[in-house]
Design a protein around this ligand. Structure first.
Ligand code: PBE
Length: 267
């Protein structure tokens, strides 16, 4: 059948991203929870490698299945669909949370107040992500801040400015978080902070905030994508709640493929 043929064409392989990504852990568990995926493999690589393979498959109108997510520019550039996930291997969507180390509220109340107030939408984040494909992400974030200074002022409102207080923000290297971390960096800098942003794997991020090595992060996707890390380190982490609502991870395929659900992938 056509479906079985698709399995062979794909060599029963899902094109994944970095081994340390939350979505990679979810995809590994997905392989266990769907009977039809017995014999399928997750090919871990990098987000750049995955995007190159997706691009090539679409150029050639060949089938491909990747681990994908929103917000991301792939949905702006290509006609794609997310496969239904009846077993909820990827959960029902996440929010992006702000987290802080224990004691930040007492030690650095101004920083804590700004981080707590930081809030935007995934649509706004998408604007920065998209512009960040053509120019440096730092510059795209600066443009967004310039065009949305009223919103930034809202995060800073009622907080005393500081004079060069250092703060360590920890993040992950994906475009969505490069966008948000640059925006919060610029907001904190406007208020006198000396901000360092460090990009690491999600597990290192949670370890760093949990141990107090880093002050805060605006990068965690919860409760699903990074849920396992939160379970491990959450006891010594302060969760300030969502800074952006409504992200989604999934298996993603080109719209021309004739499958709609993970369950349609041929055994
Ligand atoms: N992502 C983008 C990351 C978080 C942000 C979904 C690729 C992850 O899987 O950890």
């Amino acid at each position: 059948t056509e479906e079985a043929n698709v399995g062979e064409q794909l060599e029963y392989t899902i094109t994944g991203i970095e081994p340390g990504a939350g979505i990679t852990g979810q995809a590994r568990e997905m392989l266990e929870s769907y009977d039809n995926l017995e014999g399928w493999e997750l090919q871990e690589s990098s987000t750049g490698g995955m995007m190159t393979e997706l691009d090539q498959a679409i150029q050639n109108e060949e089938p491909i299945v990747v681990t994908g997510w929103t917000p991301h520019w792939m949905f702006e550039r290509y006609d794609l669909k997310m496969l239904e996930d009846p077993e909820l291997a990827f959960g029902e969507g996440d929010d992006i949370h702000t987290i802080a180390r224990e004691g930040l509220e007492q030690d650095m109340p101004e920083a804590y107040a700004i981080l707590d107030a930081f809030e935007w939408s995934v649509e706004e984040m998408q604007v920065v992500i998209d512009e960040g494909q053509d120019i440096e992400m730092e510059e795209a974030a600066a443009n967004w801040v310039e065009e949305n200074q009223d919103q930034v002022d809202g995060w800073l409102e009622g907080v005393d400015p500081v004079d060069g207080q250092p703060i360590d923000i920890i993040s992950v290297p994906w475009d969505s978080e490069r966008a948000s971390s640059n925006v919060i960096r610029l907001a904190l800098e406007q208020h006198g902070f000396d901000v360092t942003v460090t990009n690491v794997d999600p597990s290192i991020l949670f370890q760093a905030v949990g141990s107090g090595e880093a002050d805060a992060s605006v990068a965690p996707w919860l409760p699903n994508t990074h849920g396992a890390f939160m379970d491990e380190y959450g006891d010594s982490i302060v969760d300030l709640g969502p800074n952006a609502e409504g992200t989604m991870n999934a298996l993603v395929v080109p719209a021309y493929m004739e499958i709609d659900s993970i369950e349609d992938l041929p055994a």
